[in-house]
Design a protein around this ligand. Structure first.
Ligand code: 2RA
Length: 329
């Protein structure tokens, strides 16, 4: 399998390469792509050096798969050029997610929608991915009516500049700012830009992407997304109202046996999911399972995942693995 990684030197691109190597993805040739200023530099993969090439060169090499994490404008311009030469693109930007002609995929939830004809596949937003992995098995059993989610998102979701701002603030050093305010010892109820309806784009992504991935527009979703000064991953407090009642121990067992989920839920022994434990892992960690006693058929749960891995790189690689497994590429 000839694989291009577009955005190979970025935060997510670097993790994509790490995940491809860790999972021993069946690759015959790696084509790292980055901005013109990086062309010619070398990256290491499986102990070998690979030269970074330009987008044009990569397209001419006709890779089987191109994993993109290079921003929406780059994807809008270049993904169709790869698709035109037969490459299947899996794009981590938001460019194609709500395009009706493109699939938005979390393998544990809706990989079955993929066909040979899908040449540009959208990787969902990190905070959406971890939530739908936990929601899907419960929806299948109890039918979800409404979801209320509040997120606590790592600065790594913003990128290197945000990580540097946090670390500089911790050391009392002045430096470039990724956020309008200090992030250390603070929280920002503001991720991406505000819309006319008072929600941010991040919140609207969680609402719209959830319905598309789960294939059910009847599920009502509302979201508040918040940036917090942590590194390991995104955390989410999720309140789920079902059409039908549930037994909590049965519900816990469903999650324990669902793909991609690790249940950490033993508060008597102070066991619950935390970003420091999810960091560098590919699973979605679920805990604090308890009935919402304020209304019937309703559950509270706490969901944590590494936003750079399952929230981005690993989910994209898992889509690629599915395509190879089902001979769709
Ligand atoms: C964030 N989910 O956390 C967004 C994009 N990665 O900033």
């Amino acid at each position: 399998m000839k694989v291009a990684v577009v955005g190979a030197t970025g935060l997510v691109g670097t993790v994509m390469l790490k995940v491809l190597e860790e999972r021993n993805f069946p690759m015959t040739e790696l084509i790292p792509v980055a901005s013109e200023k990086s062309v010619g530099k070398k990256i290491m993969y499986k102990g070998k050096e690979f030269p970074i090439v330009s987008m044009e060169t990569a397209i001419q090499l006709r890779p089987d798969i191109a994993l993109f994490s290079a921003g929406g404008s780059t994807s809008l311009e270049s993904a169709p050029k790869f698709a035109a030469v037969g490459t299947t693109v899996i794009d981590n930007s938001s460019a194609w997610r709500m395009d009706e002609t493109k699939k938005l995929v979390v393998p544990e939830v809706n990989a079955k929608v993929l066909t040979k004809e899908d040449k540009i596949i959208a990787n969902p937003n990190c905070s959406t991915i971890q939530m739908v992995v936990a929601l899907q098995p419960l929806h299948e059993k109890y039918k979800i009516k409404r979801v209320v989610v509040s997120t606590y998102q790592s600065v790594t979701g913003t990128g290197v500049k945000a990580v540097d701002q946090l670390m500089n603030e911790r050391k009392g050093i002045e430096g470039p700012k990724a956020y309008p305010y200090e992030i250390d010892l603070n929280v920002l109820p503001h991720i991406d830009v505000f819309q006319d309806n008072g929600y941010t784009k991040e919140e609207m992504k969680m609402i719209k992407e959830t319905n598309k991935i789960m294939g059910d527009d009847h599920i009502k979703v509302t979201a508040t997304t918040v940036r917090i000064p942590v590194m390991g991953g995104h955390s989410e407090s999720v309140n789920v109202e079902f059409e039908n009642d549930f037994d909590l121990s049965e519900l816990r067992s469903i999650l324990e046996n669902a793909p991609g989920i690790i249940v950490v839920d033993d508060v008597a022994n102070l066991k619950y999911p935390m970003p420091k434990d999810a960091h560098q892992r590919d699973e979605v960690f679920v805990g604090r399972l308890r009935r919402d006693e304020s209304q019937p058929n309703t559950l509270n749960m706490w969901i944590v995942a590494d936003n750079l891995r399952k929230g981005a790189a690993t989910n994209a690689v898992q889509i690629a693995e599915y395509l190879v497994e089902k001979a769709l590429v």
